[in-house]
Write a protein that binds this ligand. Structure first.
Ligand SMILES: C[S@@+](CC[C@H](N)C(=O)[O-])C[C@H]1O[C@@H](n2cnc3c(N)ncnc32)[C@H](O)[C@@H]1O
Length: 301
C-alpha cells in the first residue's frame, strides 16, 4: 500500500469511529509508543546492537584522551558543553543515565545550591534516526555507487549505509588510529566488510578516492578537530578533487555556514548546487527535528 492509499484508508477508518471516541484515538496516535515500535525493523535493531557493543568499549563521553584539539575547543564554547554521542545514546538512555546520576543535563550555577542551567549537548556522530533520514529521505537509491564518509569516527554512517542503502562501497576515512581500529573490530564482528572499508588517513591525502566518490558525507568534520587554517586547506582540497559531475555531497551544517565561519563565503560558488530536502518526515516522537534540518544536500555541477 502506498502513502496516498494508506491516507485514504486511515481517513475512512477515522470516519467510522464513534464521535466521542475519536479524540481519544487521535490522542493515542499522537502520543503512544506503540506506533513508534512499528518503525523498529531488523536493520535498526542491528544498529542498536552495534551501538551496545561500542558503548561497552568507550568511556561515557565517547571521546579519546588523544583528541586534545576537540577537548580544547569544547572548553572554549561560550556555554558549558558536553559531548554525548547520539549514535550511542538516544534520549531515553540519556534520561536513564541522568536518573541514576551518571550523567547530567544541567550544571550548578553556584556550587551546592539548586540553581542550575541546562548544559549544551553536542554529538560527534549521527543518531540512528538521522541515519535513517539520511539514507531514506535525503539520498536517492545508491545501488552501484561509492559513498565516502569524511571523518568516520565510530563508523555510524558506514553501518547506517550498510543497512539502509544499497551502496556498493562504503568507505570511511579517519585521522584517529584508535577509531579506525574500533571500526575495523565492528566490521569483523558484525561481518560488514563485504561492502565497508575504513582508511586511516587525512582526507587531504585522498585525491583519487575523492575523484572517484559518488557521494561524500561531511558531518561537522573539521570544526572541532582542526584549526581554521587547516580547515580551509581541507575544504580547498575537497573542492579541487570531488568534481565528478552529478556526485552528491551531504554536509552538516550547510556549506554556507561552514564557510562563513571561516570567512570564506567566496570559496563555494560554481562547484555545487543545493538540492531541496523534504524535512517533513515523522521518524518517532523523540526525533530532534532541528538536527534533521542541519542536514544539507548538494550536487556537483
Ligand atoms: C564529527 S566526527 C564525524 C563522525 C561521523 N562522520 C558521523 O557522522 O557519525 C568528525 C571526525 O572527523 C575526523 N577528522 C577530522 N579531520 C579529518 C581529516 N582531515 N581527515 C580524516 N578525518 C578527519 C575526526 O577525527 C572525527 O573523528
Amino acid at each position: 500500500m502506498n502513502l496516498s492509499e494508506a491516507k485514504l484508508e486511515l481517513k475512512q477508518l477515522l470516519s467510522r469511529v464513534s464521535p466521542p471516541e475519536l479524540p481519544k484515538l487521535l490522542h493515542w496516535i499522537r502520543n503512544s509508543d506503540e506506533l513508534d515500535d512499528l518503525q523498529l525493523d531488523n536493520r535498526t535493531v542491528m544498529l542498536q546492537s552495534i551501538a551496545d557493543d561500542l558503548r561497552a568499549r568507550l568511556p561515557l563521553d565517547a571521546m579519546l584522551a588523544s583528541e586534545t584539539a576537540a577537548h580544547h575547543k569544547m572548553q572554549q564554547c561560550t556555554r558549558p558543553t558536553v559531548h554525548v554521542d547520539s549514535f550511542l545514546y538516544d534520549d531515553e538512555q540519556v534520561d536513564a543515565l541522568c536518573e541514576e546520576g551518571t550523567m547530567s543535563r544541567t550544571y550548578c550555577l553556584s556550587c551546592g545550591s539548586s540553581r542550575t542551567a541546562p548544559l549544551d549537548f553536542i554529538s560527534h556522530s549521527f543518531s540512528v534516526s538521522e541515519l535513517q533520514f539520511l539514507f531514506h529521505n535525503v539520498l536517492p537509491d545508491l545501488s552501484g555507487r561509492m559513498l565516502v564518509d569524511v571523518g568516520s569516527r565510530l563508523g555510524a554512517v558506514l553501518y547506517g549505509g550498510y543497512v539502509y542503502s544499497s551502496a556498493s562501497q562504503l568507505i570511511g576515512v579517519e585521522l584517529s588510529e584508535e577509531f579506525v581500529q574500533l571500526q575495523n573490530d565492528v566490521l569483523l564482528r558484525f561481518r560488514l566488510n563485504d561492502r565497508v572499508q575504513v582508511l586511516h588517513a587525512d582526507i587531504c591525502t585522498q585525491d583519487v578516492l575523492l575523484q572517484n566518490a559518488d557521494v561524500l558525507i561531511m558531518n561537522n568534520v573539521f570544526e572541532f578537530f582542526m584549526e581554521p587554517s587547516e580547515q580551509l586547506r581541507a575544504w580547498r582540497f575537497i573542492m579541487q578533487n570531488f568534481r565528478k559531475r552529478g556526485a552528491l555531497l551531504v554536509t552538516v551544517p550547510s556549506l554556507q555556514e561552514s564557510l562563513n565561519a571561516l570567512q570564506q563565503e567566496a570559496l563555494q560558488p560554481g562547484w555545487v548546487e543545493e538540492l531541496p530536502v523534504d524535512y517533513d518526515v515523522y521518524l518517532g516522537r523523540d526525533t530532534d527535528t532541528d538536527s534533521l534540518r542541519q542536514i544539507h544536500l548538494y550536487r556537483v555541477i
